[in-house]
Ligand binder design. Structure first.
Ligand code: ARG
Length: 359
């Protein structure tokens, strides 16, 4: 166990210190320190510089992410000294505020204390900001993706509102203690009302979405150390909202209402009514975020940026890994270069990994 950790730590420190242009002497001295910490307590602690590099490298290694060109710009908030749920909830509020930046979104990660024999911190939310989903006798209300978590919140005492877009509370847990719930203050919450530049009546669909996707249920692994609570965000690519969250039949399932609005021929799938509805839905998402000054990227631009990332990595002598099935956009995939090549889906570390749900 400690041998495995020592091996992972050593490999990480070597790569990290090389990329940070540290001297051989600094690297050797740090390796001695790390070894001593592991032998005396069974784990070691990253320096602030190692943590920052590790979080950025984890983004760079995220095979499913098309937005990796910007990995170096990640803003890393070191929240490892926080010890109470209340302090952590304040840190989550601060993350939301800082990352949202009135719409000029800043890629940000907040890193809570590492997993240790004495302590595990978990955020129960899938994303810090997410809409509730309710299974009722007359069907589902809200986001079906959130049904299980919403039920967990209600069991913990959260008052359900039964709306289509109810922002869920933050739920944070230390060890096996009773999880703490906190509503996100309205002042720090940015949402975009979805409207269409030309389609009459589109706003009557009453669609909206939140500005910042902040993944909060994955663990960050750096040099054999695990951070079970390390929420991170970038900005949205339009298709995530317009071609999946709003369009999937098991999500908001909006293609029929949009198609109806457009007066399309539902009887005949060869009328391509779904495809036409998808295009207008995605046009509306990009238009609304842009007009509100909220950062968003269309899938063509994102693919070009990814191409630049691939080139930069090649120049740096690193092999790019990727998961083709996730990298291709769900709209017009073959209109991007990604579709026409293959990627090695090997998982390098540091990286972000899925972990079991705590509820
Ligand atoms: N696909 C997820 C959603 O629609 C968000 C995943 C992260 N996306 C991002 N652009 N960083 O909510």
């Amino acid at each position: 166990m400690t041998n495995d950790l020592l091996e992972k730590a050593t490999e990480f420190i070597r790569t990290c210190y090389k990329e940070l242009n540290k001297t051989d002497r600094e690297t050797a001295e740090r390796l001695v320190e790390v070894r001593e910490q592991i032998h005396s307590q069974g784990f070691y602690e990253h320096t602030a510089a190692e943590l920052e590099y590790g979080a950025k490298a984890a983004w760079r290694n995220s095979n499913r992410c098309i937005g990796r060109l910007f990995w170096e710009s990640l803003h890393v908030i070191d929240a490892r000294t926080l010890s109470s749920e209340d302090e952590m909830i304040d840190a989550l509020f601060e993350h939301i505020r800082y990352a949202t930046n009135k719409g000029h979104i800043r890629p940000t990660i907040t890193i809570f204390p590492q997993e240790s024999p004495h302590q595990t911190v978990r955020i129960w939310n899938h994303q810090l900001i997410r809409y509730a989903g309710y299974q009722t006798e007359d069907g589902i209300i809200g986001d079906p993706h959130s049904i299980a978590f919403t039920k967990a919140c209600i069991d913990l005492g959260w008052e359900p509102k039964f709306g289509k877009f109810d922002v869920l509370p933050l739920v944070i847990q230390i060890n096996n203690n009773q999880p703490k719930l906190a509503d996100i203050p309205e002042e720090i919450l940015l949402e975009v009302q979805i409207r269409h530049p030309s389609l009459k009546g589109f706003e009557e669909l009453h669609l909206k979405w939140y500005a910042v996707p902040i993944i909060s249920d994955m663990k960050l692994e750096i040099g054999g150390i695990t951070y079970t609570a390390a929420p991170f965000n970038g900005w949205y690519m339009g298709t995530e909202i317009g071609a999946r969250n709003f369009a999937d039949e098991n999500r908001y399932n909006m293609l029929p209402p949009v198609g109806r609005l457009m007066g399309l021929d539902f009887k005949n799938s060869a009328s391509l009514w779904k495809d036409r509805a998808l295009i207008e839905l995605n046009t509306a998402v990009l238009y609304s975020y842009k007009e509100d000054g909220v950062s968003i990227v269309d899938h063509h631009t994102a693919a070009q940026q990814f191409k630049k990332f691939e080139e930069k990595e090649r120049e740096s002598g690193r092999a790019v890994t990727g998961n083709w099935t996730w990298l291709i956009p769900p709209l017009s995939p073959a209109a991007t270069h990604i579709f026409h090549q293959s990627y090695n889906n090997e998982m390098k570390t540091p990286n972000y990994f899925r972990q079991p749900k705590p509820y």
